[in-house]
Design a protein around this ligand. Structure first.
Ligand code: AMP
Length: 569
């Protein structure tokens, strides 16, 4: 049975499989390999992907997106009259990807490998696996996104021994990794990143620039208007990939407004974000005592790398022309699919070894007498190779102490309060001499980047903990109940999803068009609704195709390029 590889992205998700000597992407029901990571609800039914993305533009209150950013937090998003956790929403996406894969492969799929951002902490990794379980998938392995990208780049690049830098600039995040390849070994030497720096930051800056030029207060706009403005900004950003200037248009409460953006404007608007990107690259290089000259090749992946300003800036500070992979949005997914092939021990790939690293420092807090603050005492430092286990010895601060609380933190700051608190283990300390009161703390980091901490005293007592918040760890019973719940949600059928997609597209187009075009959109939307009432599937399909063609024509006229929707077959 095939193992599938899933890139569960902030903006789009993809699924792949190892087939005939290479990783291939699996198309979804709409014929596209990109499934927007958006879930929406309409009349008590759930839809996922392209129709949900469309609905989000006109009904943001009935849809959820960008939930990957909240994985591991106690956040909930409303959909209809119910609230869902980020892992439940992710499970709905995963369930859909699993179904698409099953349809493509013609057999059931039970196991998946899912990619996660390198900076994901224990809890985020844990809930990602949990999302897989909720979707009815076994997830034995998670793989860091930059490592997956490196694996795919290696396959695309051939077998040369080289050291390369992968800059993965996606919709929501930036990941940079230094990778060394020799023989069949792909070694990740260092990773660095920013989980708040992605293509959307550029959209926001463009949108704010537009508002400034038109004296509009962005923060005072309704969520729906902000969404439309961000969409126009994104469209303009994409157009600037091919042109040196683009017209950004947006219809607000006071009518239609336009602004021409030039390449120089883009440089100015993007400057603070480009600087942040440069700092992240330097951090990764510094960690392995390298400079730009030690890098044989700079490989760009992720949709945001398509922006010419990014390429120019990288060329400027790395002193070499970066290589853009052909399909930057697909590289991580192809890497996960390659890893699925390795895990299946496929003959053509089984000898490849990928070594991954722990991207952040893990340690415990010790009291600093001079400041009274807890300071970080590292047990595992960033960039150590996984799996990894290491122990350190500690002594209680005061002679009267009967217990020590081992506080576990993740992060690079000296003061614990600036790092991420992961958990605490209490362990008794027996009375006696200094040597007797020693506590040994062992950190074990598994291949998926999940941490286990064990504390032992000299009396032979041990306390052990998987560092995952108890609220996140569900009991078997609760997990089973949730699996059933996700399974039994009412999902739209393929036809209903197509209808929803076209109707939502009509609603959005209506808001974007003016005059005669607007009347055409309204008439066609109403006509399709009337045909749908007749409940004749063949007639609905024919009407939908016709309406779609008209909408496509109008979108082309407006300069909209819907890449996540394929051709209806
Ligand atoms: P990813 O998470 O890798 O799918 O990246 C998606 C991001 O890439 C989004 O922020 C898109 O706006 C951005 N993107 C996709 N295509 C282009 C393009 N042609 N020019 C600029 N940005 C793009």
């Amino acid at each position: 049975m095939a193992i599938i590889g899933i890139d569960l992205g902030t903006t789009n998700s993809l699924v792949s499989v190892w087939e005939n000597g290479h990783a291939v992407l699996i198309p979804n029901r709409f014929g596209s390999c990109l499934t927007p990571s958006v879930v929406a609800e309409a009349a008590g039914e759930i839809c996922v992907g392209a129709p949900a993305k469309e609905k989000r533009l006109t009904e943001p209150e009935n849809s959820a997106a960008l939930f990957k950013r909240y994985m591991g937090l106690e956040a909930q998003a409303p959909l209809g009259d119910k609230w869902y956790s980020p892992q439940e929403l992710s499970a709905m996406i995963l369930r859909q990807l699993k179904r698409d894969a099953q349809e493509y492969l013609g057999e059931p799929v039970e196991e998946a490998i899912i990619s996660v951002p390198a900076y994901f902490n224990d809890e985020q990794r844990f809930v990602t696996r949990q999302a897989g379980v909720l979707a009815g998938l076994k997830v034995e392995r998670l793989i860091n996104e930059p490592s997956a990208a490196a694996l795919a780049c290696r396959s695309l690049n051939g077998d040369e021994d080289e050291t390369f830098l992968v800059i993965d600039f996606g919709g929501g995040t930036l990941d940079v990794s230094v990778v060394e390849c020799f023989d069949q070994v792909i070694e990740i030497l260092a990773v660095s990143g920013d989980n708040r720096l992605g293509g959307e930051e550029f959209d926001k800056r463009i949108a704010r620039h537009f508002c400034r030029e038109h004296q509009i207060e962005y923060g005072l706009l309704e969520p729906k208007q902000q969404q439309m403005l961000l969409k126009s900004a994104e469209l303009c950003k994409r157009q600037m990939t091919e042109k040196s200037a683009a017209l950004m248009e947006w219809t607000g409460p006071d009518g239609k407004k336009g602004l021409i953006l030039t390449a120089e404007d883009m440089v100015r608007i993007s400057a603070p974000l480009l600087k942040r990107m440069e700092e992240i690259v330097h951090k990764a290089l510094r960690d392995v005592s390298m400079t730009a000259e030690d890098i044989d090749k700079v490989v760009l992946v992720g949709g945001t790398c398509r922006m010419p300003v990014i390429r120019q800036y990288i060329r400027h500070f790395m002193g070499a022309e970066p290589v853009m992979v052909k399909n930057p949005d697909e590289v991580v997914a192809l890497g996960v699919g390659t890893y699925a092939g390795i895990k299946e021990r496929r003959e053509d790939i089984k000898d490849i070894v990928l070594t991954d690293i722990c991207p952040f420092t893990l340690g415990i807090g010790v009291r600093d007498d001079s400041s009274g603050e807890l300071i970080m005492s590292p047990v595992i430092e960033r960039n150590c190779i996984l799996p990894f286990s290491h122990e350190e010895e500690f002594w209680p601060v005061s002679k009267t102490q009967t217990h020590v609380a081992v506080r576990i933190y993740q992060g690079e700051a000296m003061y614990c309060k600036k790092n991420l608190f992961l958990g605490k283990i209490d362990i008794a300390v027996p009375e006696g001499s200094e040597e007797h009161r020693k506590v040994t703390v062992r950190f074990t980091y598994d291949i998926n980047g999940i941490l286990e901490v064990e504390a032992a005293n000299e009396a032979g007592q041990k306390a052990r903990k998987l560092i995952v918040n108890s609220q996140i760890r569900m009991s078997e019973k609760e997990l089973e109940r949730k699996i059933e719940q996700i399974k039994n949600l009412k999902y739209m059928s393929r036809d209903e999803e197509w209808n929803t997609l076209v109707l939502a597209r009509g609603e959005r187009l209506y808001e974007e068009c003016l005059g005669e075009d607007r009347r055409v959109v309204a008439a066609n939307t109403q006509w399709l609704r009337t045909v749908m009432k007749g409940k004749n599937p063949a007639a609905v399909r024919a009407a939908r195709k016709q309406v779609e063609r008209i909408f496509e024509y109008l979108e082309e006229k407006l300069g909209i390029d819907e890449e996540t929707i394929g051709e209806e077959t």
